[in-house]
Ligand binder design. Structure first.
Ligand SMILES: *[C@@H]1O[C@H](CO)[C@@H](O)[C@H](O)[C@H]1NC(C)=O
Ligand SMILES: *[C@@H]1O[C@H](CO)[C@@H](O)[C@H](O)[C@H]1NC(C)=O
Ligand SMILES: *[C@@H]1O[C@H](CO)[C@@H](O)[C@H](O)[C@H]1NC(C)=O
Ligand SMILES: *[C@@H]1O[C@H](CO)[C@@H](O)[C@H](O)[C@H]1NC(C)=O
Length: 478
């Protein structure tokens, strides 16, 4: 009984849930501090144009009754905004943010209502040495969205001062000292609910965020979190699914992401790892959609080539062909027999391509007559690097073999044909290397750009370290 229970458990742990992240991102302390500075600057700029909600209340004057007051049109006239501090928090996993010694000067209008007597004027208020500390927990919700929840908030207001002008302010001013404690308490008690509301709002936006992105006409990239984020004293680690799917079939490939670990580089804001699985899932998606196939005809052969794609031109390679089908144009159907798979090894990217080439003669009435099928097996090796902000690469052919898989025109030797095909592939590789040498600009989003990125191919994954530049917008901070 016992062994079978263990067997079932082992099976469950293998098949259920646990998926290795194929994309890992580590935010270092340098990245966190950069984010804090961007956020603090944005916040400070916004604070000076913000209008605060009205404050209303009543002051009971023992025998005289109650004076109802409203403070309205409250705006920040000056703000002394000290650098906040942000650090990684470990229990629970999250961030601790605090600001201490914040002072704000406010101006606005006051109105009172005492029986039938209405009065009003302006006021100046100063709030001194505000300290706020907030701890948020970072997690993952069931569909892989990041989540943020407030776990603790503390606010303390050092002192408050108010000056009333106009109307019967000479009458209220003396009460200010008396009610200062209450006003200070009132403001203090409003800070944390506001911070918490802000966090709830942020969580709402995170829930609404897409974790899948259509990256091309045919592919979508799933970047949902695979696990809760993990923090230590100097970093936040996040694991993402990092899997491409064909938009049409959305089927799972017959291989899975292997575990790997990225080492953090404290000199950079981010360290990232992208598994070979990510690239292979894209390859699988293209393969299942039948996109790894091409039709090659004579008009695609460069005009300078002495060899044409027609039956007479094939004479030296397949002597019987021009006799059986004289003077006909041909075309080739080229396709992958298996999913082309990439493997990342230190310093190199390898690709195994197992393809086939089916040749047809085009009859004058348009009918395609099958001639033969050759299997093409090749191994490519390449390098990738980043230079001038562009991702560049180079490839070379490590091996290339042709074997006859089927023939409707009788047997023939493939050696001469193989040499011909090698020349053809060399031309294609030359063009490909020109393109790879020019490279592509690193992807950037509207608000975030990678800068000073370095890249290294490691065993099973590509390791990247990078700084980022953020262009904050209202959307970014909600
Ligand atoms: C999220 O994805 C859906 C479907 O792909 C799309 O219609 C929607 O516009 C996306 N929303 C955002 C905010 O990108
Ligand atoms: C070759 O294929 C291209 C694109 O599929 C097509 O436009 C062209 O007409 C074809 N040429 C011949 C000679 O069949
Ligand atoms: C076949 O190719 C040869 C060159 O090898 C060329 O001279 C000939 O005109 C071509 N025939 C057809 C039908 O295109
Ligand atoms: C086209 O021509 C070939 C060869 O002459 C012949 O075998 C085939 O039956 C023809 N097909 C049609 C649809 O006429």
């Amino acid at each position: 009984m016992r062994p079978s229970v263990i067997g079932v458990l082992a099976l469950v742990s293998l098949t259920c849930c646990g998926q290795n992240p194929a994309v890992q991102v580590i935010l270092t302390d340098k990245g966190l501090q950069y984010g804090k500075n961007v956020g603090a600057t944005w916040f400070q700029e916004r604070l000076e144009s913000v209008t605060l909600p009205d404050i209303s209340g009543g002051i009971r004057l023992s025998v005289l009754g109650t004076i109802d007051y409203t403070l309205t049109g409250i705006t920040v006239s000056k703000c002394d905004f000290p650098q906040p501090s942000v650090e990684f928090y470990q229990d629970p996993t999250g961030l601790k943010t605090s600001i201490s010694g914040l002072s704000v000067a406010l101006t606005g209008e006051w109105m009172t209502h005492f029986g039938v007597i209405h009065d009003g004027g302006s006021f100046n208020m100063a709030i001194f040495t505000v300290d706020v500390t907030s701890v948020v927990e970072l997690g993952k919700d069931p569909d892989g969205h990041p989540s943020v929840t407030s776990v603790n908030c503390d606010a303390e207001v050092g002192d408050v001062d108010i000056e009333f002008h106009g109307g019967a302010s000479w009458f209220f001013q003396p009460f200010v000292d008396h009610f200062k404690g209450r006003i200070r308490g009132e403001i203090e008690s409003k800070i944390c609910p506001n911070v918490e509301e802000y966090i709830v709002n942020m969580e709402y936006h995170l829930q609404a965020m897409n974790v899948s992105f259509d990256v091309a006409e045919d592919l979508t990239l799933d970047l949902s979190l695979t696990d809760d984020p993990i923090t230590d004293s100097s970093s936040l680690n996040m694991g993402f699914k990092g899997e491409f799917y064909s938009i049409r079939s959305h089927s799972e490939p017959p291989f899975e992401a292997q575990p790997f670990s990225v080492s953090k580089q404290q000199g950079y804001m981010l360290s990232m790892g992208i598994s070979e699985f990510t690239l292979n899932s894209a390859s699988y998606g293209y393969y299942t959609d039948g996109l790894f196939q091409a039709l090659v005809n004579d008009s695609m052969i460069p005009p300078v080539s002495p060899v044409r794609l027609n039956t007479s031109s094939m004479g030296p390679y397949i002597p019987q062909l021009p006799k059986m089908y004289p003077g006909l144009l041909m075309d080739l159907q080229v396709y992958a027999r298996e999913v082309p798979l990439f493997s990342f090894q230190p310093g190199a990217v390898k690709l195994d391509f197992q393809g086939a080439m089916k040749a047809f003669a085009i009859q004058p009435n348009g009918t395609q007559t099958p001639l033969f099928t050759l299997n093409v097996d090749s191994k490519l090796g390449g390098k990738v690097w980043i230079a001038d902000g562009r991702l560049k690469g180079s490839v070379k052919m490590n091996s290339f073999t042709l074997t006859l898989a089927a023939s409707e025109v009788g047997p023939f030797k493939t050696d001469a044909f193989e040499s011909l095909a090698r020349i053809g592939t060399k031309i294609v590789m030359g063009k490909l290397n020109d393109k790879l040498g020019t490279g592509v600009v690193l992807p950037r989003m509207k608000q975030v750009q990678l800068v000073n990125t370095v890249l290294e191919v490691a065993e099973g994954f590509i390791a990247m370290s990078s700084n980022v530049q953020v262009f904050p917008t209202d959307w970014f901070f909600i």
